[in-house]
Design a protein around this ligand. Structure first.
Ligand code: ADP
Length: 604
């Protein structure tokens, strides 16, 4: 199953831009540029040594005229070692060459070295923004399909952006200047010849560009395929128990295999395109040198060029120096284009609409008195899930919601903290529409105990105190006691400091639920939103959990999605919901007396 879906993009101005992220590093980039210039100067210095060296080894071969650059170096050597044998001068040439070459290497490294913090810094900011953005996205954004895809985007794509876009930024800054500096020297050596050779550059550029284009298309497709693959891995890890219990390893494996096959095929094609790029550019490089040799040779032979043999060699070596940076510009451009399409996938997430819009001037919530649903209707996509739901929950009451699975119970609970917004009707808190309050203020009113308990890979203490800073030990112990979790936690080897382990696999379902209740109680939020665990518990756990829920809901406002009959009995009010509509409403005794849906429900 492929999902080339389009994420909703904000219509408002762009909130993310790579340029803005790079802006603070302008200083670093200029220093990098300076080091680069120095590197080129040192390279040129080492190359032009060729001419005086030839002059030294084959005196007279150059003829009367020595180029000013070479004269400069010869004079330099002469001044350094005035009266010496030819051999000593040769050694001095070698020493000078080594010094210049080291200088070149030093500045090459220095230029990369100063860029490193910019590169790492931009990546850090991008990862930070992405993570914060993901947390700020509405619950509705996280469909099963998107979860794996989001992971793929925030791990693989971000890494790819670093390897392509940021690397090409670095090359775009340094390489053109390098080429220009070399060209200046080449023009200085032989103007018309250099002009002629320059005409060759666009030809090789186009050839490289062609491979790059096919690479770009393929790599975007490969990213989408990798997203599918990650979605599958994520699903399998989440549902590992289900897969094992249904002995569905083969089935899951087959699906994975299909995704993997498509992905691998694409990767193979990409690798081949990448592989061809290198021999292709080598052929181009050799061709350029051959052309220089042939045309330059002809010009020299026919007396049209003033270049001496030594200068001709210098010229060729210098021209070869241009090939790499010129190629780098072409690949940087290709990389940049490729990276842009991957960056677009990251931007999709960064620019996704928050959907749940917050009011600009939020009302003060004050003390919680009541929350009322008024003719609320809701649909996830097209299918209507809630129809004209109305009820009131007053402070101090416990309201239980019962109904078959899929009736819309969790949806009602999700609407209160605005995980989703109603389609029609309204939800009022203390007689004001909940949209008039700040989102964080509103959510702080609810302490959520979700059906599927999420425990983090941390100590039990930190799992209970999750999200709160500076919580006292007494407070954590106290809420654990109310939630009936204190005793079993203390019985563990390290008590509250016991590590939960990945996804809490070391705890029983009932224990996990009680830790989750303790976490909710610690928050001291006025309303407890409890989605009872449906998973089967043994009689003892069930009883312990039951007691925990009773204790926790005493003297508190509680909204319980009830699966256990005993919870319902203690509720002040009970709502029976069927296909998104409230069909009955009252206390346990009232509803039993009526003998209709609730009665049937209890007697199943
Ligand atoms: P309950 O909690 O009573 O089992 P829910 O409120 O979870 O019921 O679901 C009500 C209906 O809405 C079901 O038909 C379910 O398939 C559908 N539904 C729930 N969550 C989503 C979602 N995120 N996207 C689309 N449909 C959903």
């Amino acid at each position: 199953m492929h999902f080339f879906y389009k994420m909703t993009k904000s219509q408002q101005k762009k909130t993310f831009s790579l340029r803005a992220l790079l802006l603070p590093y302008t200083g670093i980039l200029s220093v990098m540029l300076l080091f680069n210039v120095l590197m080129v100067i040192f390279t040129i210095g080492s190359v032009v040594l060729i001419e005086p060296l030839v002059q030294l080894l084959f005196p007279g071969s150059i003829g009367a005229g020595l180029s000013p650059m070479s004269s400069f170096f010869l004079q330099l050597i002469n001044r350094l070692i005035p009266f010496s044998f030819e051999q000593d001068r040769l050694f001095s040439f070698v020493a000078l060459f080594i010094a210049l070459y080291f200088g070149k290497l030093f500045f090459q490294y220095a230029s990369a070295w100063v860029f490193a913090p910019a590169r790492a810094g931009v990546m850090q900011k991008m990862r930070e923004q992405l993570y914060n953005k993901i947390l700020s996205l509405p619950v509705s954004y996280f469909t099963e399909q998107r979860k794996g895809d989001l992971i793929s985007r925030s791990v693989n794509d971000v890494q790819e952006v670093e390897a392509t876009v940021l690397k090409s930024v670095q090359q775009f800054i340094s390489e053109p200047l390098t080429v220009i500096l070399y060209l200046i020297v080449l023009f200085y050596l032989d103007m018309s010849f250099t002009f002629f050779l320059l005409l060759l550059l666009p030809v090789s550029g186009t050839l490289i560009g062609l491979t790059a284009r096919s690479l770009r298309k393929r790599s975007y497709r490969s990213k989408v395929l990798l997203g599918n693959l990650m979605a599958h891995v994520e699903e399998s890890i989440q549902g590992v128990k289900v897969i094992k219990s249904f002995a569905a390893e083969r089935f899951a494996g087959r699906l994975f295999q299909q995704h993997l096959d498509t992905f691998t095929r694409e990767q193979k094609k990409i690798q081949r395109t990448v592989d061809i790029a290198s021999p292709l550019s080598e052929v181009l490089g050799i061709a350029v040198v051959m052309i220089i040799l042939v045309t330059g040779g002809i010009m020299i032979l026919s007396g049209h060029s003033a270049l001496s043999p030594a200068l001709f060699i210098t010229y060729i070596v210098l021209f070869i120096q241009i090939i790499n940076p010129a190629k780098n510009i072409a690949t940087a451009y290709a990389n940049y284009r490729r990276g842009k399409s991957i960056l677009a996938r990251v931007e999709d997430v960064l620019e996704a609409d928050a959907v749940i819009l917050e009011t600009k001037c939020p009302q003060n919530i004050g003390k919680f008195k009541e929350i009322a649903f008024k003719n609320v209707s809701f649909a996830y996509e097209k299918k209507e899930v809630l129809k004209n739901v109305s009820f009131v929950l007053h402070a101090g009451e416990t309201l239980a919601l019962v109904g078959a699975s899929g009736a819309g119970k969790s949806t009602i609970a999700d609407l209160m903290p605005r995980f989703y917004d109603v389609m029609s009707g309204e939800i009022c808190l203390n007689h004001i529409n909940i949209k008039e309050y700040g989102l964080n203020d509103l959510r702080a009113l609810f302490a959520l105990v979700p059906q599927e308990v999420i425990l983090f890979n941390d100590t039990i203490f930190n799992n209970i105190a999750f999200g709160l800073s500076g919580v006292s030990q007494d407070a954590v112990y106290e809420s654990a006691k109310i939630a009936g979790a204190y005793d079993f936690i203390m019985a563990m080897p390290q008590g509250f400091q016991t590590e939960v382990g990945e996804r809490g696999l070391t705890l029983s379902g009932g224990q996990r639920q009680r830790i989750s209740i303790a976490r909710a109680l610690l928050r001291e939020s006025p309303i407890l939103l409890l989605d009872e665990a449906t998973s089967a518990l043994d009689a003892e756990s069930e009883k312990a959990l039951q007691q925990a829920i009773e204790q926790a809901t005493q003297n508190r406002t509680a909204f319980i999605i009830a699966h256990r009959l005993s919870t319902i009995r203690h509720a002040d009010k009970i709502i029976v919901i069927e296909n998104g509509e409230i069909v009955e409403y009252g206390t346990h005794d009232e509803l039993m007396e009526r003998g209709k849906r609730y009665f049937e429900f209890m007697n199943i």
